[in-house]
Write a protein that binds this ligand. Structure first.
Ligand code: 5AD
Ligand code: FES
Length: 368
């Protein structure tokens, strides 16, 4: 964790437009990335295992607002076949991602996780939304290594607007992130950049919260309006003055990635598909040169891939997993970086805060 930049300094850098100052920011982020996580780019094979979702998020194309989207859920066999292919590509991790799908039963998924862990060398990352503590514990016991859950914004009012609560839910996403850590997961989170209603101040708070949570993985990508959602249609319009509204631009995304690298130098930071979507030519590469050290190639079978429409125009929608593999290898080599081997866990120079406090607690209360 880097305690140096204050929230106000982060905010003023987010507002920076001077090309010379921005160039300095990119270079500093690139240097800090090299010093702390090196030149290897780790590849995480992404499997979008279901596009069912029980929620009404006002930004997301998988939400229940999108009635015209055909829904799918991969079978256990399809997931295991794809995981074997990911291992054969030499990627170190499979990421199982889905909408918040009640049809993904805890025991069913635990069996799949166990099989992947027993039959491949892959690390398993889950990205399945807000699930119960019992489910998260079961999946951890089955061998899942990491969990991704973006908090999307640290502004509680904006969060409620973009992510209406379901009745009966008591834990916030921040609470869940803390629980994941205490279950022993590596924990990832992140935000969208330029969501309507997001102010410079609240985005600076988001970056500060990355630092406070001491996240292992931090994903940030531009918000891309989806026409079948209330925010994308413009039916919901948060009232924020134009001077305070963060734009959902490529440059702003790089600023957030670079500042994230400065405040969380050891974190694994992906160059996201959303970024590659708004700059197909060089978004991936520029992300990797401005703080990122991870890429998540899409390995979902093509006929399902088209239906995982979080936002329109997603990059690589018609490509095969093989095509993405050679495309990415070439892109990574073209900027003088190497492809990482092994699972690519976070390397800590300092023990995790929780590990320190947990071991202190264990010493004082051995029967806990
Ligand atoms: N534009 C950009 N990113 C989006 N996500 C969901 N909808 C959109 C959108 N319209 C992101 C959210 C979510 C992640 C899986 O995808 O941040 O956490
Ligand atoms: Fe998919 Fe380039 S990463 S085609």
């Amino acid at each position: 964790m880097n305690p140096e930049l204050t929230k106000s300094e982060i905010e003023s850098r987010l507002r920076q437009t001077d090309p010379g100052e921005l160039e300095k920011l990119w270079q500093t982020a690139d240097r800090v990335r090299r010093e702390h996580v090196g030149d290897a780019v780790h590849l995480r094979g992404l499997l979008e295992i279901s596009n069912y979702c029980r929620r009404w998020c006002t930004y997301c194309g998988l939400s229940r607002h999108n009635r015209s989207l055909p829904r799918y859920r991969m079978t256990a066999e399809e997931i295991l076949d794809a995981a074997r292919q990911i291992a054969a590509f030499g990627y170190g991790t499979v990421v199982l991602q889905a909408g918040e799908d009640d049809g993904i039963e805890a025991v069913w998924l635990a069996d799949i996780i166990r099989t992947i862990k027993q039959t491949t060398p892959l690390a398993v990352t889950l990205s399945l939304g807000e699930r119960s503590l019992e489910e998260l514990r079961l999946w951890r016991q089955a061998g899942a290594d990491r969990y991704l859950l973006r908090f999307e914004t640290s502004d509680p009012e904006l969060f409620r607007l973009i992510h209406p609560p379901l009745g009966g839910q008591t834990l916030s996403r921040i609470d869940i992130l803390r629980q994941l850590r205490s279950l022993g997961y590596e924990v990832g989170s992140g935000v969208m950049v330029g969501i309507p209603g997001q102010t410079y101040r609240s985005l600076a708070e988001d970056i500060d919260l990355f630092r406070q949570l001491d996240l292992d993985m931090i994903g940030v990508g531009p918000y891309i309006p989806h026409p079948h959602t209330p925010l994308g249609e413009g039916r919901i319009k948060p009232s924020v003055s134009p001077a305070e509204q963060v734009p959902n631009t490529e440059e702003m995304t790089y600023k957030v990635m670079a500042l994230t690298r400065l405040v969380c130098p050891e974190a694994n930071i992906p160059s996201t598909t959303a970024l590659a979507t708004i700059n197909r030519e060089s978004g991936r590469e520029l992300g990797l040169q401005r703080g990122a050290n991870i890429v998540m190639p899409n390995c979902t079978p093509p006929h399902y891939r088209q239906l995982y429409e979080i936002y329109p125009g997603k990059a690589c929608i018609n490509e095969t997993a093989q095509a993405c593999q050679s495309c990415l290898a070439q892109r990574i080599r073209s900027i003088g970086r190497t492809i990482g081997t092994g699972p690519g866990c976070r390397h800590r120079r300092t023990p995790p805060c929780d590990a320190q406090s947990e071991s202190a607690a264990a010493r004082s209360a051995p029967n806990r």
